[in-house]
Design a protein around this ligand. Structure first.
Ligand SMILES: Cc1cc2nc3c(=O)[nH]c(=O)nc-3n(C[C@H](O)[C@H](O)[C@H](O)COP(=O)(O)OP(=O)(O)OC[C@H]3O[C@@H](n4cnc5c(N)ncnc54)[C@H](O)[C@@H]3O)c2cc1C
Length: 588
């Protein structure tokens, strides 16, 4: 690291770039670029450093633990400082032409100098020893703060959406001392999970799901039931003192260049309130904007029809004929629960689905990073997040493919049975499986917790085709065939988050922002060109002072840090020159 630092200190960009392998990747999370961005190869490094070195002034590079070597790759954890903060990183070196060259480098800002969080040795005292006639208790201060927020004082950041995403960034902003407010239209934090179909349990395991600061206790179930997660989120809001308005819906937002602030109209318990934040964060949910196909005949269909996000659960449908359109996670969960409650269930598969058995995914996909095994090997959640973040998106599929090949091998029987039942299977466009599908398109898979067997053995019937229309009592397909139905569930997924922006601001702004999520991998539902990072998530966008936040619990936990640091820096008036602001290639 010494030579790298010396080159950077001397401004010797060419020398520093020369320390990278011909094929190499540098992923920076806010430390050098005030952006989430990945550059490739010595040319990319040269450009990044030319643009950022003067303002970043990196120093104090050191390895924080002994480097390790595996299969010719040397891996080292590093720490470093910049003009504004302290960072952590992970570098992998490989031999090229007889010299160790950087193959991957992650640099991630962790805190801003002078604005460190009050934790550990900096934790607040709580009690105020001494004598003070005007003493206010913690409770009184909290009440005063609550009364003034949004009335006489304005939040610097307004977070619209108080699911796990909004709550996580709200907690971080609180710790960083940034005046913020999280609002949600539901009556209680956690209601976004309470409202989902009743059989739902998390598909991801506990080690992957922790929120910032406060981990689940070690008796927490591996796959938490949805209502348990909901209660945890509600408690978390309280314990972490997240400023949170429930039953508050944002109805419109407009930006003023002149005033340098947003005007956001909200209805709090039905009463109109105008808020004037400087920054607006949409944490309205990646799986929140239901994609409902426009199917003729919905109005004449005599039975019940709803999107999976509105599916109440199976109780009312015993003995009924249920047709579930779709063959991904929600479809399988819903089909399984309906079958358990005595409904006659048909799943309609429109395109192929990637299925992995939950146990196999835990063992081969996640186990090295997020499991008791990982913890025993010293891979804490924090380390796991950084290791995962250090794998460049461009080559991530190469790391994933072997894990899915292994799953295909150990669960060969299972897949053969599904195929014999006529189920269309896939392994992602390049065999890279579930995570890449998630990162690229956020859909197209089922983590099997049992319902796949129902399809394999015919208990849940399987149909293929595209729906043409609904008649009074059936689903009619484009080939003229039909299925009688009392219940139709559209488990048809969710739309890009910029749809929320169109709803709340306007279509022009939504288009200027562009599509959210995806990498530009040029695989189904993730059109090119290559973007290198997830579009618009957690980083500066083409709309002034507008930010997008969301994803699964892992992403909410990890990336809320970088979003919060970017907002804190702006709140403190630090210079935040953004390198490589993304271009917009798609509007939806
Ligand atoms: C069936 C299902 C299963 C899932 N399983 C998992 C899992 O196992 N693990 C995992 O990590 N993820 C899972 N996810 C994906 C994702 O993590 C969740 O959808 C999660 O709820 C996302 O959190 P979020 O905070 O980004 O959005 P959400 O939880 O969707 O929260 C968005 C919030 O925004 C609010 N909102 C929207 N518009 C407004 C407005 N105008 N004004 C005020 N409030 C507004 C909504 O009321 C909502 O509460 C699952 C998703 C679904 C649908």
């Amino acid at each position: 690291m010494g030579a790298f630092e010396a080159a950077l200190t001397a401004g010797a960009v060419e020398d520093a770039a020369g320390m990278f392998a011909r094929e190499s990747f540098w992923r920076d999370l806010v430390a050098f670029t005030w952006n989430l961005t990945t550059v490739e190869n010595p040319e990319g490094v040269r450009e990044l450093l030319t643009a950022t070195l003067d303002t970043t002034r990196p120093s104090q590079f050191a390895t924080s633990e002994p480097a390790t070597e595996d299969g010719g790759i040397i891996t080292a954890w590093i720490t470093f400082a910049t003009a504004t903060g302290r960072g952590i990183g992970l570098v992998r070196l490989k031999d090229e032409d007889g010299a160790d060259k950087a193959w991957t480098l992650l640099t991630a800002l962790q805190e801003l100098t002078g604005f460190e969080e009050p934790r550990g040795t900096r934790r607040p005292k709580g009690a105020e020893h001494g004598i003070d006639k005007d003493r206010l208790t913690w409770k009184e201060k909290r009440e005063l703060e609550g009364e003034s927020l949004g009335v006489t004082t304005q939040p610097y950041v307004l977070v619209v959406g108080g699911g796990q995403g909004g709550i996580a960034v709200g907690a971080r902003l609180r710790q960083l001392g940034v005046p913020a407010l999280v609002i949600d239209k539901y009556a209680r934090p956690g209601d976004q999970w309470r409202g989902r179909y009743k059989s739902l349990c998390l598909h991801d395991p506990v080690w992957y799901d922790h929120l910032p600061y406060l981990k689940f206790p070690d008796n927490w179930p591996v796959f938490a039931p949805k209502d348990k997660i909901a209660d945890w989120l509600e408690s978390y809001v309280k314990v972490m003192e997240v400023p949170y308005w429930s039953s508050t819906e944002a109805t419109s937002a407009t930006w003023s260049d002149e005033a340098g602030e947003w005007t956001v109209e909200v209805e709090r318990d039905g009463v109109p309130v105008t808020l004037k934040p400087t920054h607006l964060v949409f944490a309205t949910g990646m799986s929140g904007k239901a994609r409902v196909p426009d199917v003729p005949g919905v109005d004449i269909f005599a039975g019940e029809v709803h999107h999976s996000s509105r599916h109440p659960g199976p109780d009312a449908y015993a003995g009924k004929k249920a047709v579930v359109i779709g063959s991904n996670n929600s479809a399988f969960d819903i089909c399984g629960a309906l079958w358990e409650h005595g409904a006659d269930v048909t799943m309609v598969q429109r395109s192929s689905t990637h299925i992995v058995k939950s146990d196999s995914l835990m063992e081969y996909g996640l186990g090295d990073l997020y499991s008791e095994r990982a913890l025993a090997n010293g891979v804490t959640t924090e380390k796991a997040d950084l290791i995962f973040a250090s794998l460049p998106y461009r080559i991530m599929h190469e790391f994933q493919i072997p894990a899915y090949q292994k799953m295909a091998e150990v669960d060969k029987d299972f897949y053969e049975r599904l195929e014999r039942a006529g189920f269309w299977l896939d392994w992602g466009a390049d065999g890279s499986g579930l995570f890449m599908k998630y990162l690229r398109r956020g859909s197209g898979y089922y983590i099997d917790v049992g319902a796949a067997d129902l399809v394999a053995n015919g208990d849940v019937k399987l149909a293929h085709g595209q729906i043409d229309h609904l008649s009074q009592d059936s689903v009619v397909f484009t080939d003229g065939t039909s299925l009688p139905a009392d219940l139709v569930v559209f488990a048809t997924g969710y739309n890009s988050m910029n749809g929320w922006v169109a709803d709340l601001i306007d279509q022009e702004t939504a288009d200027r922002l562009g599509k959210c999520w995806g990498l530009g991998s040029d695989t189904p539902l993730d059109p090119g060109p290559w973007e290198g990072e997830q579009r618009n998530m957690w980083k500066p966008t083409n709309v002034t002072n507008l930010w997008m936040h969301g994803g699964n619990l892992h992403q909410s936990r990890h990336y809320s840090l970088y979003l919060a640091l970017q907002l804190k820096a702006r709140y403190e008036g630090l210079a935040t020159p953004v390198y490589a602001l993304q271009e917009v290639h798609h509007t939806a």
